[in-house]
Design a protein. Structure first.
Length: 267
């Protein structure tokens, strides 16, 4: 996997944890940080991590890589994982809260069980909360500067029909971004979020006929965001290039957020 990044950005000597980097968007973001010289911690399920780590090792033989698997829905597992990172010299300077429970399936408001709703919030909100709290406390205690980027979604602003748990989790993540940014920026820890519309992932290859075209027709620019574009923007947000970029929500969505109705239904 090769990703074009913004040339002058350099993460040499910085340790970067990208949650959910065992596949899809997180994997591309991890590759972008490797391209810019970062020491990268890959995270996800053990099964997916094995193949992703070998692929990265083969594509980037000089990269310093670490991989760790923990369930973001289990607070004790998160704490244990960060203890391991600390004892092995891999505490992150940069945290990308990318992993998510996509909340597919029984997540319509009336259909979902309280357990399902809780599970989505546990992973997407509490998981990101705890990772951020531990990482930020470490940075503060050691006097290091750092950056946190929360990967969010238009679902937190507008709501995807039938996915209320996911929608709520992303709205809360956006709010948490603002609180974290306010309280942590004075300690040299910048927090921002990337709000995504449609992202091209391999799932697009398995959509029912016509779905991809209908999705594109909903986007003013007629194309989903590529993972590379998002990865480049994430690296920029995490870099020192814009030191006063604090608590912002950068929207990458081809113009979906600014349209009242898609062209196909507007009159
Ligand atoms: N794809 C889109 O169109 C889109 C649109 C807007 C926003 N986003 C956001 O972009 C981010 C990435 O999306 P994606 O499409 O790349 O997601 P994805 O393909 O479903 O990948 C999710 C990643 O998160 C990990 N993960 C999921 N649940 C976890 C848990 N309980 N504990 C630990 N790791 C867990 C997965 O690990 P394993 O698979 O190895 O278990 C995987 O690496 C998410 O925050 C999503 O909300 C995506």
């Amino acid at each position: 996997m090769k990703v074009d990044t913004i040339p002058h950005l350099n993460f040499s000597g910085k340790t970067v944890l990208v949650t959910g980097s065992s596949r899809n968007l997180g994997k591309t973001i991890a590759a972008a940080f490797i391209e810019t010289g970062g020491r990268v911690i890959l995270h996800g399920s053990e099964e997916n991590l094995r193949s992703t780590k070998s692929e990265m090792e083969s594509d980037y033989p000089k990269a310093e890589l670490y991989s760790i698997s923990f369930d973001l829905g289990q607070p004790e597992a998160i704490e244990k994982a960060f203890d391991q990172l600390k004892s092995e010299g891999w505490m992150p300077d940069v945290l990308i809260n990318n992993a998510a429970h996509l909340g597919l399936g029984e997540s319509g408001f009336l259909e979902q069980s309280p357990e399902f709703f809780r599970e989505v919030i546990e992973v997407n909100l509490f998981g990101a909360f705890l990772c951020s709290q531990i990482a930020a406390q470490y940075l503060k205690d050691t006097g290091k500067k750092g950056s946190i980027v929360n990967i969010s979604s238009l679902a937190g602003r507008r709501g995807i029909h039938g996915r209320s748990g996911y929608n709520v989790s992303k709205a809360a993540l956006d709010s948490m971004t603002r609180s974290m940014a306010q309280e942590l920026s004075g300690d040299g820890i910048r927090v921002n979020s990337l709000v995504l519309g449609y992202v091209w992932t391999e799932r697009w290859n398995h959509l029912d006929e016509g779905v991809a075209d209908r999705r594109k027709a909903n986007i003013p620019s007629h194309a989903p965001s590529s993972q590379e574009e998002i990865a480049r923007t994430t690296v920029f947000l995490a870099s020192d290039s814009a030191p006063t970029l604090v608590g912002s929500q950068i929207v990458l969505d081809g113009g979906m957020d600014i349209q009242q109705l898609p062209a196909t239904v507007a009159v």
